[in-house]
Write a protein that binds this ligand. Structure first.
Ligand code: FES
Length: 102
């Protein structure tokens, strides 16, 4: 698919998340102290939008049943049941634009 623009650096403040849609697929881009990361937006438990959850440090907590994922790797951090990790994608910065590579 290639590089998809997620927005300007200034669109995603440190400590925040932004959801982008790419060909019907939703990705959440996070800014952790100036470093950007991208993982699938859809929770692997029941499909909630993770960008509507919360971000603390590098942990995204799902707003529905509180599954926790590492925003850098997409790996499940905490949940009572075994659920899949999220897909994660490389992020690059060019000028002041944030790109997700898919
Ligand atoms: S949908 Fe995310 S924890 Fe249930």
């Amino acid at each position: 698919m290639g590089k998809i623009i997620a927005g300007k650096i200034s669109d995603i403040s440190s400590g925040t998340m932004k959801k982008i849609s790419v060909d019907g697929r939703e990705i959440v881009v996070t800014n952790i102290d100036g470093d950007f990361f991208a993982v699938d937006d859809s929770c692997t438990h029941s499909g909630a939008s993770l960008s509507e959850g919360t971000l603390e440090g590098c942990t995204i907590t799902c707003g529905w049943h509180k599954a926790e994922f590492d925003c850098k790797t997409g790996k499940l951090v905490k949940f009572p049941a075994k659920i899949n990790n999220l897909g994660s994608y490389p992020v690059t910065i060019e000028s002041d634009n944030v790109f997700v590579e898919m």
